[in-house]
Design a protein around this ligand. Sequence first.
Ligand code: GUN
Length: 367
Amino acid sequence: MASTLFTDCWCSSSSSSATANRFVPFHKFEDGLLRSRHIRFATTTNPCRLRIDASASAAAAASGSPSAAVAAETTAKIIDGKSIAKQIKDEIAAEISRMKDAIGVVPGLAVVLVGDRKDSATYVRNKKKSCELVGINSYEVHLPEDSTEQEVLKYISGFNDDPAVHGILVQLPLPAHMNEQNILNAVHIEKDVDGFHPVNIGRLAMRGREPLFVPCTPKGCIELLHRYGVDIKGKRAVVIGRSNIVGMPAALLLQREDATVSVVHSRTKNPEDIAREADIMISAVGQPNMVRGNWIKPGAVVIDVGINPVEDTNSPRGYRLVGDVCYEEACKIASAVTPVPGGVGPMTIAMLLSNTLASAKRMHNFK
Ligand code: GUN
């Protein structure tokens, strides 16, 4: 997931990392996004490294539990998103072949890309590759940056009417002159595999209603919790960040799973105090190493959605990717944690494929 799309800016006030603009060649990140030339790096010194012991004991002291000191010594289980995503893709491929054999239908995904952002182009290319891998037909429209909203709407309307297309995805961000809301609203809710249509989000928020689709990244976070046998019901959860794409739907999903959910955002006072009460943490803010060990309750499960480049002179690329959570500290305090890369990133496309398959099955009433 693109940290640039986590729109709730924490910027300098909450971040523990100093940042600097650097020129780097385009690079393909784990989520398929190609970050552009000027990447905002955290500076060379990784501040979270320097304070591992201090934060572990702070967390232990804060919990007041005799087991806390022991927890501070433990090493968390690593939640392997890459292998879970692979497993899910294999399951999807098997289902697609079963459906094709039984009723002759192959799921189709249409992607609309507007403009020349290299990161978006790479993301779309990766979606296309994953579609091919599992046997989904993909359709792509690539429009120039200066296209009109009307032109985009015309293609969406065509895909809405095309029976070979079971899912439509409009790659975000759109060029600034376009109204994102108008465009996302135009996608038929039965083909809204991104789950961004307000009717799908509204249903997600309401008790007793079912969305047709759930946004892919938060769905991937919950899937990881399920597949690792993490109990959600009755647990305290914290979501750090409130973006439309991740934070907000992640909080709604956790609540649907009967967790008691707090949302911490850029205006929250003492976010670490709220975070430290949570048994489950999902962080999606796009700030490298912002979440320190003393934000984490000993034994909590930590899902890190952030994928942030930080300067690393030891790396041939000059940088490496880190999450929102200080991984080294989290490993000593949490019971389980997602790595970056290799955690949530690979799950996003797996969930998109899953939504597309579900859509085709629903349209053809295939069980
Ligand atoms: N751009 C970055 N992430 C996403 C995503 O999950 N969906 C869409 N449509 N665009 C994106």
